[in-house]
Design a protein around this ligand. Structure first.
Ligand code: BTN
Length: 252
């Protein structure tokens, strides 16, 4: 069910009232050769988060997955995750939400001390990027974007917030239009992504603790590399942390 979306960006939109996971449907389309198609749903019954976590996706959210074929090296794929986070944060800010980005992929709102979640932020949106292809070139990329839009935060997991709770309900069609237009502008100018991300980043300049499968790193987050890795300066060295390696990041 392709719907006319009045987009200035060159995406075709396939809309579902309900679907298991928009990323799964987008992967199917990608395998069939689709390009620049966005799968959009009001509700997901099997939403997936990073690191094989579940992602709560009740009716009222913006659950979207874009199929892209950028023909880049896999090493550069994290840039698309950053671009999606930037586009989402910008659209949320236009909707009146004080949104920023917690590296690598969380769009968050600064929380109160007594929020009781260990990051000090409430999570508004998350990004799940998946890809397939050779070692030197990506065949396709699916960028999944989940935004807690017109949902009561009480109906979401602890530590989450929503556009409804922060600023009141949004016109989801307009919100998606703005988000996809911003995303399109960024993905057609890859060099603009990291600087745009830095402007919205809450992580840079913070002392952070990063949990990775290979052990934790504690130090100051000083920069993001041109492939999107976080540079953490510890007492005696500089460590690069990639998004795929980061299980948990919190300010310390
Ligand atoms: C995370 O922060 O763990 C990433 C969450 C990504 C959720 C979105 S919702 C649209 C797309 N479909 C999915 O099943 N997941 C992503």
């Amino acid at each position: 069910p392709t719907v006319e979306f009045g987009l200035e960006a060159p995406f075709e939109v396939e809309y579902h009232d309900a679907v298991g996971s928009t990323n799964d449907r987008a992967r199917e389309l990608a395998t069939e050769g689709a390009e620049d198609v966005v799968v959009l749903a009001d509700e997901q019954t099997g939403g997936r988060g990073r690191l094989e976590r579940e992602w709560a996706a009740p009716s009222g959210g913006v659950w979207a997955s874009a199929v892209l074929r950028p023909g880049i090296a896999p090493l550069r794929a994290p840039l698309f995750t950053l671009a999606a986070a930037v586009a989402t944060a910008r659209a949320a800010r236009e909707a009146g939400v004080d949104a920023g980005i917690k590296w690598p992929n969380d769009v968050v709102v600064p929380g109160d001390e007594d929020d009781g979640d260990d990051t000090g932020y409430r999570k508004l949106a998350g990004i799940l990027t998946e890809m397939e292809g050779e070692t030197d070139r990506i065949e396709w990329l699916v960028v999944g974007i989940g935004v807690n839009a017109n949902i009561d935060a009480d109906d979401l997991p602890a530590g989450a917030t929503s556009i409804r709770d922060e600023a009141g309900d949004v016109d989801r069609r307009r919100f998606v239009q703005r988000l996809l237009e911003e995303f399109d502008a960024l993905r057609t100018d890859l060099d603009s992504i990291v600087p745009a991300w830095r402007d919205l980043a809450l992580t840079i300049g913070q002392r952070v603790r990063v949990d990775r499968p290979s052990g934790e790193v504690v130090g100051e987050a000083v920069d993001v590399t041109d492939t999107g890795a976080l540079v953490v300066e510890t007492d005696d060295r500089r460590e690069m942390v990639t998004a795929g390696d980061c299980e948990h990041l919190r300010p310390v």
